[in-house]
Design a protein around this ligand. Structure first.
Ligand SMILES: CC(C)(COP(=O)(O)OP(=O)(O)OC[C@H]1O[C@@H](n2cnc3c(N)ncnc32)[C@H](O)[C@@H]1OP(=O)(O)O)[C@@H](O)C(=O)NCCC(=O)NCCS
Length: 174
């Protein structure tokens, strides 16, 4: 499919858990490996997503939906209390729908949703969003640069066996 499907970006809901988990294991198979078989396990991913969804106002899944299917998701965690700092923990677009502008739409629209959420729920402004990403994930780096994040530091093997980069968006400056 070459056309960009008609889509909307909205808060994730419990009924999205299985679709989010399916994309999660496709995009991050090593993160959801079964300790015994070593294979990506949908049940592990679904449980992980379900737990994060229970964070309520303190962590939000935001999904990109088209024709009633979830094609991508992003997860934000409130960090350092409620001072307006978020960690973007994961962003992913289903494989067959990449390079159509969905990732940039998801990251920019979800930031607006989180900004409104922080203001409405905690009366605080969104100040910063940060994320970590593998130093080898050049597609993601280009997405983050396009969304006005800046590379902040590289930490040797922070999470896995490859170096991890920290990217920050200073929303007050952007
Ligand atoms: C990173 C990811 C979310 C991008 O989603 P996407 O829908 O393809 O992104 P977009 O089409 O909106 O592209 C936005 C920009 O990102 C860059 N980009 C995206 N994919 C790219 C690729 N494969 N190669 C080079 N640049 C790429 C481009 O600069 C692009 O802008 P352009 O089309 O004007 O050149 C997607 O590739 C993905 O889900 N990857 C697997 C999961 C992952 O690695 N997530 C990030 C780590 S948490």
């Amino acid at each position: 499919m070459n056309k960009t499907p008609r889509n909307l970006v909205r808060l994730g809901r419990e009924e999205d858990i299985d679709e989010i988990a399916t994309i999660a294991i496709q995009c991050f198979p090593g993160d959801f490996a079964n300790g015994t078989s070593g294979e990506p396990d949908i049940a592990i991913a679904a449980e992980w997503v379900a737990h994060r969804m229970r964070l309520g106002d303190y962590g939000k899944y935001i999904v990109l939906e088209a024709e009633r299917c979830v094609l991508g998701y992003v997860f934000y965690l409130l960090v350092a209390g409620v001072g307006g700092v978020l960690q973007l923990e994961q962003i992913a677009i289903e494989q067959g729908y990449r390079r159509k502008g969905l990732g940039i739409k998801l990251i920019l629209t979800s930031e607006k949703i989180m900004r409104e959420h922080l203001l409405r729920r905690f009366g605080c402004k969104l100040r910063k969003v940060y994320l970590t990403t593998s130093a080898e994930n050049h597609a993601a780096h280009r997405l983050y640069a396009k969304a006005h994040y800046a590379r902040y530091a590289t930490v040797t093997k922070l999470l896995w066996d490859v170096d991890e980069e920290i990217w920050v968006k200073d929303v007050a400056q952007s």
